[in-house]
Design a protein around this ligand. Structure first.
Ligand SMILES: NC(=O)c1ccc[n+]([C@@H]2O[C@H](COP(=O)([O-])OP(=O)(O)OC[C@H]3O[C@@H](n4cnc5c(N)ncnc54)[C@H](O)[C@@H]3O)[C@@H](O)[C@H]2O)c1
Length: 243
């Protein structure tokens, strides 16, 4: 019997995270599911009997990121896929913001991808390959009013992904991004209702994505069906952005 593949998923307890854990388990992965808050995650894993383990960690700490990667490697023996879903923003006018807010955005939206992928890449290199998928945002491709710094950081993650995709292709590590548009999760519920209503009008499908529709694209990129795809960014946004 072949050994099951292992996926390490961060932001696993969030609106997109929970259905992604469920989907990856259904696709045959054993899942290490990481989040700052694991209450709902643990409940889902137990209630549904999923082949997954929840780990609580704060991804703004490089030390904690490195420690949890080492723990997952020790517990599961390997890491075949890494999915980063951690992200956060509020919505405000850039000129009215303070630098403390920007520092928090950098710490949550950019640095965890750097810390985690730096810790995980050597494991994948030793194993002979792997898949990384960073959940970014259409904001990082086309900008969004009310989310200027978040958009800049998501664009930074996209450029980072393309750069490491080039560096790591020789190790058979694929690095890709999904770029969700508005998706029906608690993160979107925190947004300014006026801005959300305005955005709905420009989405050809006239509705937000369901979190499961984000999970299915993520599952594709970490599957063998994506073996020849790297450095790409796929918008899952009901046609909001077309390229
Ligand atoms: N929901 C949307 O409309 C939307 C649109 C575009 C992009 N995105 C992106 O999709 C991803 C998932 O978003 P979501 O809607 O599921 O959001 P969410 O808020 O439901 O989930 C994000 C998860 O990240 C976790 N997290 C936050 N800070 C953390 C930290 N320091 N350490 C560890 N975990 C931490 C949270 O606990 C939460 O469970 C994010 O990267 C977000 O930026 C979402």
């Amino acid at each position: 019997m072949t050994e099951k593949k292992v996926a390490l998923v961060t932001g696993a307890g969030g609106g997109m995270g929970l259905p992604t854990v469920r989907r990856l388990v259904a696709d045959g992965f054993r899942v290490a599911a990481l989040d700052l808050n694991t209450t709902e995650l643990k409940k889902m894993i137990e209630d549904e009997g999923l082949d997954a383990v929840a780990y609580e960690f704060d991804a703004t700490s490089e030390e904690r990121c490195r420690a949890v990667v080492a723990q997952v490697k020790a517990d599961f023996g390997r890491i075949d896929a890494f999915v980063n879903m951690i992200g956060w923003t509020a919505s405000s006018r850039f000129v009215e913001e303070q630098s403390g807010y920007w520092q928090k955005l950098v710490a949550i939206n950019f640095m965890p991808v750097v810390y985690m992928s730096h810790a995980i890449a050597p494991i994948m290199i030793e194993q002979g390959g792997g898949k990384m998928l960073f959940v970014t945002s259409d904001a990082g491709k086309v900008g969004t009013s009310g989310e200027a710094v978040y958009a800049g950081l998501k664009g930074g993650v996209i450029a980072f992904a393309k750069s490491v995709a080039r560096e790591w292709a020789r190790y058979k590590i694929n690095v890709n991004c999904t770029a969700p548009g508005p998706t029906d999760t608690p993160l979107e519920a925190d947004q300014d209702p006026e801005l959300v209503a305005r955005r709905m009008k420009v989405i050809p499908f006239r509705r937000m994505a369901k979190p499961e529709e984000q999970a299915s694209a993520i599952a594709f990129f970490v599957s063998d069906d994506a073996n020849y795809i790297t450095g790409q960014v796929l918008s899952i946004s009901g046609g909001l952005t077309m390229q």
